[in-house]
Design a protein around this ligand. Structure first.
Ligand code: OGA
Ligand code: MN
Length: 280
């Protein structure tokens, strides 16, 4: 079968057909897939049948799978694969159900070397809703007025695990986990290591302030950039089907889960991440 890659929206998303992720891919197909991954920021593979090990192997086309950071959500026999579901609880916090990923973010931006990619594989889904949206932050950067680019190029942001103005909760961590993750300074505008394009590196859940910018002014800048970067024209909104594997590039996108569905129905994903490089 031939592999085809079809864009799904103007600035983000592409569907790959003709590929079973359990099969080996040759160098030419791997290159096409990697180029599309960077260009489209999120790739969708339909109708896959993947054990956790198959999932790890398939994602390896795009890089090196790493251990999931939140140990409480690992699969016991496959530490690269974790679970994201609407039954997950904040086990180290109040023990209540915590739907993760429900506001715009990029994954683990408070770590020194955030994952290059994250991937979800849909196991169980609600009858409707529960989409994941992706926005292309290279396209968003390109579309900024020159004056704004000038103002923000070179700015640095302080990323905490959880910022004081976060729009949502994150799972609580142990004292040891907290101590092992100091705040991290990241560029607000990063250069994509593969494409050379500049991207906004935004995350309202984590960004506490910008270095050398008064706090209130920083929050209003963040608000302005977020409003711009999440305009419809930059977004692909993925409607999940069982068996979908979606992989996205954290270096040039943000994503958001939607908790707009019937919570009595199970939404269960397998999740993995690929090793990244230090944002620059
Ligand atoms: C994630 C995430 C979104 C979703 O796994 O990092 O944000 O739709 N998930 O579950
Ligand atoms: Mn996420």
């Amino acid at each position: 079968m031939t592999v085809t890659i079809t864009p799904l929206a103007e600035n983000a998303g592409a569907e790959v057909t003709g590929l079973d992720l359990r099969d080996d891919v040759d160098a030419e197909i791997a290159k096409r897939l990697n180029d599309a991954f960077v260009d489209r920021v999120a790739l969708v593979f339909r109708d896959q049948t993947l054990t956790p090990r198959d999932f790890v192997k398939g994602a390896s086309i795009f890089g090196t799978p790493m251990k999931q950071l939140l140990a409480q959500y690992h699969l016991p026999d496959c530490p690269e694969v974790g679970i994201v579901s609407n039954r997950d609880r904040d086990t180290k916090g109040d023990g209540k159900i915590l739907i993760r990923g429900t506001t715009w973010h990029t994954d683990h931006s408070n770590t020194e070397v955030p994952p290059k990619a994250t991937s979800l594989y849909a196991i169980d889904l609600p009858d409707s809703g529960g989409d994941t949206a992706f926005t292309n932050t290279c396209a968003a950067y390109d579309a900024l007025p020159n004056a704004t680019k000038k103002r923000i190029d070179g700015l640095q942001a302080v990323h905490a695990y959880l910022s004081s103005r976060t729009p949502r909760k994150l799972p609580k961590r142990t004292k040891e986990e907290e101590a092992a993750s100091p705040d991290m300074i990241q560029p607000l505008v990063r250069t994509h290591p593969d494409s050379g394009r500049k991207a906004l590196y935004l995350n309202p859940v984590r960004i506490e302030e910008f270095v050398g910018v008064e706090k209130e002014e920083g929050f209003s800048l963040l608000g302005e950039l977020m409003a711009h970067a999440t305009e419809d024209r930059f977004i692909y909104r993925h409607k999940w089907r069982r068996g979908d594997m979606v992989i996205w590039d954290n270096r040039c996108s943000m994503h958001q889960a939607n908790k707009d569905y019937d919570m009595s129905q199970l939404r269960l994903m397998h999740r993995l991440m690929l090793e990244g490089t230090k944002p620059a």
